[in-house]
Design a protein around this ligand. Structure first.
Ligand code: AMP
Length: 428
């Protein structure tokens, strides 16, 4: 099979790395990819080829798939899904993995998701959806101001404002709806009560009828140790988490996925791809904060290092509606991913810093260094984004995996590099 992966981050490197291990794959392209992706090889010895096409250049991606006779395209990021890449490929009779535009609304519209959860009885925060600032502020006031104000549309992960009191809540509504800090994405808002608890990531692979739940994982969203500092795209993950037993995970899956699939059927939504709910484990049980319509980043890095199945077979079955026949198999080992970021991230940062020690880190056992924001400059690998690397390690338990990941991090350096030193610490 000839495959095309769309995207350029750590998630896409993990997807490419795992897909490249499949004996079904004869050629693999990635658009646009990164330096790590360009360094991967297939089992037949062929190199993965990176194409200089951005993930949102849909027309050019269709042409690439046609010219290279791609059998299956795999979409990594949310933006092309929201733009309708799946519908466009299908229009051109090209096979593609990911939810279509209607199904991707679970991520591209928080108002859509919140209303869907209310309608189909999916456990979530007490919430309201608004297209005017005045009733939005009144609802926030009814929650005592302790709430979370969310722009409806995609806002590069920045459209969620956590408020401690009414002054902050009013300011948040004004910022999103009046000053339009996130543009059209803020034409409507969701306001949720603020939930206390432990946050975990869930992933389920869906084929339109069947869902297959992954084990649990946990991300670390804040930039600094101890969950301090600014929110980021994610500074590290580990899997499994000790916060949900297998029985609790199965129960949560039932509470969330059964009404989800029932609702999709009722609304005529054909959900094929990954459904990634962000979940708060509260004293009153699990509550869904949001849905994402793609693999998490850096959750993918820990999941795919643990996954035993051939990923091509899973994605193929997800496209074909044949997941029911497959069983997901996971290595019993734990996996830990530590993100190394550019100095200043998630604020401003400088690109082009040479990265040293990648070969030494790669020589360590049970370690895989996934690239995110990297590029090649001559014979050097240099930084090319905020999150630069996802240093990932497997171990017999979380403690061993954590130690292995940090031993690899110690081998790598670039000017200004920063990373958290407490990834997975909460679990121990
Ligand atoms: P979202 O993009 O909706 O998942 O929100 C981003 C982050 O904001 C989440 O990962 C949580 O850490 C936090 N968050 C979102 N909604 C809530 C809520 N209702 N209560 C507490 N924290 C929240």
């Amino acid at each position: 099979m000839k495959l095309l992966v769309i995207g350029s981050g750590g998630r896409e490197h993990a997807l490419v790395w795992k897909l490249a291990q499949s004996p079904h794959v004869t050629e693999l392209w990635c658009a646009p990819g990164n330096a790590g992706i360009a360094g991967e090889h297939l089992r037949n010895g062929k190199k993965v080829l990176c194409l200089d096409v951005a993930a949102d250049e849909l027309g050019t991606l269709v042409a690439c798939a046609q010219v290279n006779k791609i059998d299956l395209t795999v979409v990594g990021p949310d933006n092309p899904l929201a733009l309708g890449i799946v519908d466009l490929f299908q229009l051109h009779k090209l096979r593609i993995w990911g939810p279509n535009q209607k199904a991707a609304q679970f991520e591209s519209s928080k108002v859509f998701s919140q209303r869907f959860m209310a309608k189909y009885g999916i456990p979530t925060a007490r919430a309201g959806t608004f297209s005017n600032a005045k009733p939005a502020k009144a609802f926030a006031a009814s929650l005592g101001g302790r709430c979370v104000v969310k722009a409806d549309g995609l806002a590069l992960g920045k459209g969620v404002l956590i408020c401690a009191d009414q002054v902050e809540a009013k300011r948040a509504v004004d910022e999103i709806m009046v000053s339009k800090a996130f543009g059209a994405a803020g034409a409507r808002v969701v306001i949720q009560e603020y939930l206390e608890g432990t946050e975990v990531s869930l992933h389920a692979l869906c084929d339109g009828k069947t869902t297959k739940m992954f084990p649990t994982s946990q991300d670390h969203k804040r930039a600094l140790d101890g969950d301090l500092g600014l929110n980021t795209g994610g500074m590290g993950t580990y899997s499994p988490t000790p916060f949900l037993t297998d029985a609790q995970l199965a129960d949560t899956a039932k509470q969330v996925l059964e009404p989800f699939m029932r609702g999709c059927e009722a609304e005529g939504i054909d959900y094929r791809g990954i459904l990634y709910p962000g979940v708060m484990l509260t004293q009153d049980g699990p509550k869904i904060l949001e849905f994402n319509a793609r693999f998490g980043d850096p959750e993918t890095q820990v999941y795919l290092t643990r996954l035993e199945n051939d990923l091509v077979e899973l994605l193929d079955a997800s496209v074909n509606g044949k997941l029911g026949k497959l069983e997901l198999k996971w290595r019993p080992q734990a996996s830990v991913c530590v993100v190394m970021a550019s100095g200043g991230y998630p604020g401003n940062y400088v690109k082009g810093k040479p990265i040293l020690g990648l070969d030494q880190a790669a020589m360590l056992p049970n370690v895989k260094v996934f690239h995110a924001g990297t590029a090649r400059a001559g014979d050097q690998v240099v930084t090319n984004g905020g999150r630069v690397l996802g240093v990932t390690a497997l171990g017999p338990d979380l403690k061993a995996a954590q130690a292995a990941a940090y031993a690899a991090v110690e081998k790598i350096s670039f000017e200004g590099a920063h990373f958290r030193r407490d990834i997975a610490a909460k679990a121990m």
